[in-house]
Design a protein around this ligand. Structure first.
Ligand SMILES: [Zn+2]
Length: 470
């Protein structure tokens, strides 16, 4: 870049605070002891590579250097009133708000990983005043709500924050996705559908469009509106298929593979399941070549395991789940692994696996999955103690949707009727109903996301940054 062309007041350096003033990045330290002389554009890339190597303190420092650089640039753009007026009405401000909110997200991950999550709210409130624009205000609210949800595990406070936004007119898809996740249930069906429709409409990402459309289909399916559900999913899949190559992303393709898997499960359509498997295998190969994070690879292997399990290639699915556990240990994978072991009729191995699951680390959706796996096991063994285990496990998750509460009651009643000599009727009824709902459980809570994973997934050098809803 030919620097000479710009007047000096366009340079970030011109807007540095004095050495003893608090630093621009919100760390609370003096500028001279924090970002002075170190801030620069390239720091973001360095922070990603430190983060991916597990060097979180270094990652945090470099994210701050980048943040300070960006804020000083914004100041350089806006300090002159005339320039500021132009800036506010231009596309540039929108771009800057998006970029800053991504840096904010990255800094959040760093604070979380360094165990200094307590300090993050002070950073957010420091940053809230750097841009005077309603869109930036929304990003700040989103960040605060996410902190309550992820760092404090406090859904109620997260909801209070989000509810300060007028949800009925909101078009910010991060806010809407988070709202669906934290809103106290039950919520009217038409209201949820309305919010999902706005999510679909206001996201530019084909991957998210696909994901939200599938979610809409699932909501219809939960109400037993099967043909509407299938029609919605068929559309979502065919829209994604029509995308030109340059609009594909690895994340989008993974969503596509998952959608095909779900569709294949719902319709017992092996062609869709095989396509899901093929895409996942291709993504796994690419992921290994590109040295992606173990969380990402773990997710891919799990999707592969699911497709193989549905295709009844049980041994291969067990191998995929075991590989997933090796790269990224996770309680829910054990639940899926146990289900494949049950398919193999290896009841002892399944039971051992389910017994080692740490329920403290699971959210409601995962707990329901665990309950379903215990129920499968109890139906196969028909032993009194297994039935009791299944009942206890099914009672554990807090369910909100009337559809699921009713369904769980039915299972509990049926399970109580199981005797060692039972066969036919009740057994096959239970198996088929458990199977139908087991397909849906990974998708029924929130937007199909696991909040605990947002943090782990977060930063990849390729700039594929998951936000909520991924
Ligand atoms: Zn600083």
């Amino acid at each position: 870049m030919e620097k000479k062309k710009y007047p000096p007041q366009m340079y970030p350096k011109y807007y540095e605070p004095s050495n003893d003033a608090p630093c621009v990045c919100g760390s609370g330290r003096k500028f001279k002891n924090c970002c002075a002389k170190k801030y620069c554009s390239e720091a973001l890339r360095q922070s990603s590579s430190f983060y991916n190597s597990g060097l979180y303190e270094k990652a945090l420092k470099h994210t701050r250097y980048h943040l300070t650089w960006y804020i000083l640039c914004v100041k350089a753009h806006t300090t002159n009133p005339l320039a500021a007026a132009f800036f506010k009405t231009s596309e540039m401000l929108k771009v800057d708000i998006e970029a800053l909110s991504e840096i904010l997200e990255q800094i959040h991950h760093c604070y979380y990983k360094t165990g200094r999550s307590k300090e993050f709210p002070q950073v957010i409130s420091h940053l809230s005043s750097i841009i005077d624009d309603p869109r930036w205000e929304l990003k700040i609210i989103y960040s605060q709500a996410l902190w309550y949800l992820v760092d404090k595990d406090d859904d109620a406070s997260a909801y209070q924050k989000i509810a300060s936004v007028d949800i009925d007119t909101c078009t910010d898809h991060n806010i809407l996705a988070l709202y669906i996740h934290v809103v106290p249930q039950p919520v009217q069906f038409s209201r949820i559908i309305n919010i999902i429709d706005r999510l679909i409409c206001h996201t530019d990402s084909p991957a998210e469009k696909l994901q939200y459309t599938v979610l809409k289909g699932i909501k219809y399916f939960e109400l037993s509106l099967q043909s509407e559900a299938e029609e919605i999913m068929t559309m979502a899949i065919s829209d994604y298929r029509k995308l030109p190559e340059e609009k594909h992303s690895e994340y989008g393709d993974l969503q596509f593979a998952s959608a095909l898997g779900l569709y294949g499960d719902l319709r017992s359509d092996n062609t869709a399941l095989k396509e899901s498997l093929l895409i996942t295998e291709r993504l796994i190969e690419a992921s290994i070549n590109k040295n992606h994070s173990s969380v990402h690879l773990g997710d891919l292997l799990r999707t592969k395991g699911n497709a193989l399990q549905s295709l009844k290639r049980t041994k291969d699915s067990i191998a995929a789940y075991e590989a997933s556990l090796r790269v990224n240990p996770s309680e829910i994978i054990k639940v899926f692994l146990a289900r494949s072991m049950l398919q193999e009729n290896n009841i002892i191995a399944a039971k051992n696996t389910l017994t080692t699951v740490d329920i403290q680390q699971m959210d409601n959706g995962e707990l329901l999955d665990l309950g379903l796996s215990w129920a499968f096991l109890a139906v196969l063994t028909r032993r009194k103690d297994d039935v009791q285990q299944a009942i206890n496990a099914l009672k554990r998750p807090t369910l909100h949707s009337p559809v699921w509460i009713k369904q769980r009651d039915k299972w509990l009643i049926d399970l109580l009727e199981i005797k060692p000599e039972s066969d036919g009727g009740i057994i096959s009824r239970l198996l088929s109903s458990l199977s139908k709902y087991a397909i849906l459980t990974p998708n029924i809570f929130g937007v199909g996301i696991n909040v605990n994973r947002i943090i782990d997934d977060a930063i990849s050098a390729q700039g594929e940054r998951p936000h909520l809803g991924k």
